[in-house]
Write a new protein. Structure first.
Length: 153
């Protein structure tokens, strides 16, 4: 089930609060906070996103229609709050098809319910609709962070 986009205006502040609180364990196995600086404004922004870990990588996805990821093109320092532990990372947003497809398939295997957020229907056997997947890959943005730079104080 896909939550309507407008509800995130109300849900995200609650999720941010919970991820920073002692109750973070309800969500922090798959949700994190990413804080980044706007390239034009210089303001700090924080948004909750679902993440996956793979070895030394932290990965998440956005849609090209969203704008926040553009601040990470070419690489940028971000603060990730994962399980209430904050660390600085170098993150980069990419739309490179082969890499994005590899990680999106891995991600949707772990979180098949999130296929709806990429407009990918699940088939009766719970496999991904391949036509939908092809279209989704035109809009998917992979954000990857590698190894923490240092702990934030």
């Amino acid at each position: 089930m896909k939550i309507p986009e407008k509800l995130f205006l109300f849900i995200n502040p609650i999720i941010k609060f919970l991820l920073r609180s002692p109750m973070h364990g309800l969500f922090s196995d798959s949700l994190m906070l990413i804080t980044f600086k706007g390239r034009i404004s210089g303001r700090k922004f924080t948004t909750p996103v679902r993440y996956i870990r793979y070895e030394n990588l932290i990965l998440c996805f956005s849609s090209s229609e969203n704008r926040w990821w553009r601040n990470l093109q070419g690489g940028a320092e971000v603060k990730l709050n994962i399980k209430r532990e904050e660390r600085m990372y170098l993150a980069e947003a990419t739309t490179e098809r082969e890499e994005t497809q590899k990680w999106l398939l891995y991600y949707l295997d772990l979180f098949p319910g999130d296929a709806a957020y990429h407009n990918v229907r699940l088939e009766k056997d719970n496999g991904l609709n391949q036509q939908d997947l092809e279209i989704a890959l035109q809009h998917a943005v992979l954000v990857k962070a590698n190894l923490p730079l240092y702990s934030s104080a």
